[in-house]
Design a protein around this ligand. Structure first.
Ligand SMILES: [Zn+2]
Ligand SMILES: [Zn+2]
Length: 399
């Protein structure tokens, strides 16, 4: 398949929906939903301290809200960074923002991203962010930076929204979230990573394709984690020839299975078998697109340096503090290079990510991205496994 990713139109929210979005407490006074057994959330307090299980005996669903029973969550790199203390986070906090589950209760008027009513029993994924849809930033199609944005797995625990992260038996999905129904029959491991890693890869290539057509382009991907591997498959589907850089030989072999025409060990000499120059020769020239998914300052500098004339560097991995990268402004000017930052994504990217998994799960080894899976009560062991880096994703399954 060599077509570019199709865009999906997301209908604008109605004024009625906007009015009830992103309110921390229900605007009406709906009855509390009694739940037996009570949903459980794993609460993170500080680095090097085990998570604590907290029971949430009742949930109040406002109009547009949904209560979803988690089938499988996956541990994103940012969860690992938070628990290690690499970046600050408000505690107490329920981490987790990659998950798939089934709707068990709905507030009045709850709808999917395309405006169709949701039903109890539907299998769904949902956006990382809750957005108002109406502020200046939302109107500029950057809902992930909404002025009143709330993010699953990133918010201090508050009364009324205790089930705010994926490391729980249930998630209280709030109005203002893009909810996308997914195939009931595919393995949960295909779906759980979609709401962060996969959709972010779609957003990264969307940003690149706005500058350089992917069909026929050489694309450099640095970092063969979930975003990098997914971007490799997406770009290959769009007709690109992809070179993947990663220090881990196992990840480089995996990148080939995701479509890479050549892989690079960043420590190898450029003209050696595993070197950058050799890989560009195989791919057919200098890259016009770079997707930097590692966050390594060295990789950022390399992505900027290697781009050909008119190329675009999409920086997506730099989501934790790191040393500043030297920036050769003259070189960027003379090569007419574009640098774009991509953080999270818009609802249409999630819709496209779901479509990609539905259509391409047999073409690419997407089902192998989730390796070992920990029980929810063993979340700390799961996070330790994720930090060790053996699997692209470690799963977390409520028992
Ligand atoms: Zn994430
Ligand atoms: Zn907004």
């Amino acid at each position: 398949m060599t077509t570019a990713l199709p865009r999906t139109a997301v209908p604008p929210r109605t004024t009625d929906q906007e009015a009830r979005v992103a309110s921390p407490t229900p605007v009406a006074s709906p009855a509390a939903l009694p739940l037996d057994p009570a949903p459980t959330a794993m609460v993170w307090l500080e680095p090097d301290r085990p998570h604590e299980a907290v029971a949430v005996p009742s949930v109040v669903l406002a109009p547009g809200d949904a209560l979803v029973e988690v089938e499988l969550a996956t541990i994103c790199g940012s969860d690992v960074h938070t628990t290690r203390g690499d970046r600050t986070a408000p505690a107490p906090l329920v981490l987790g923002h990659e998950q798939v589950g089934r709707v068990v209760a709905l507030g009045p008027g709850a709808v999917a991203v395309d405006g169709t009513p949701l039903a109890v029993g539907q299998r769904v994924v949902w956006s990382l962010t809750v957005s108002c849809g109406d502020c200046a930033t939302c109107r500029r199609d950057l809902p992930q930076k909404c002025g009143s944005v709330r993010k699953y797995g990133h918010e201090r625990l508050v009364t009324g929204w205790e089930l705010s992260g994926g490391f729980a038996t249930h998630v209280h999905v709030r109005s203002g979230t893009a909810i996308v129904p997914v195939e009931a029959d595919l393995p949960a491991g295909l779906w759980a990573p979609v709401s962060c890693g996969t959709a972010t890869a779609v957003a990264a290539l969307d940003a690149a394709a706005a500058i350089v057509p992917l069909d026929g382009a050489v694309v450099l991907v640095t970092g063969a984690g979930l975003i990098g591997l997914t971007a490799t498959a997406l770009a290959t589907d769009a007709g690109a020839r992809v070179v993947v850089v990663d220090p881990d030989p196992a990840r480089r072999r995996l990148a080939v299975r995701f479509g890479a025409v050549a892989t690079v060990d960043p420590t190898a000499a450029p003209d050696s078998d595993d070197g950058l120059g050799t890989a560009f020769s195989v791919a057919g020239g200098a890259p016009l697109v770079a997707v930097e998914a590692s966050g390594s300052p060295h990789a950022v500098a390399s992505a900027l340096a290697e781009l050909g004339v008119g190329g675009v560097a999409v920086l997506v991995g730099s989501v934790f503090p790191a040393p500043a990268v030297p920036f050769d402004a003259e070189s960027v000017v003379r090569r007419l290079v574009t640098v774009r930052g991509v953080h999270n994504y818009a609802p249409r990217h999630l819709v496209d990510a779901v479509r990609f998994v539905e259509e391409r799960h047999a073409a690419w080894p997407l089902d192998g991205l989730v390796g070992e899976t920990a029980a929810l009560r063993d979340l700390d062991a799961g996070i330790a496994a994720a930090a060790a880096g053996g699997s692209v994703r470690v799963g977390v399954r409520p028992e």
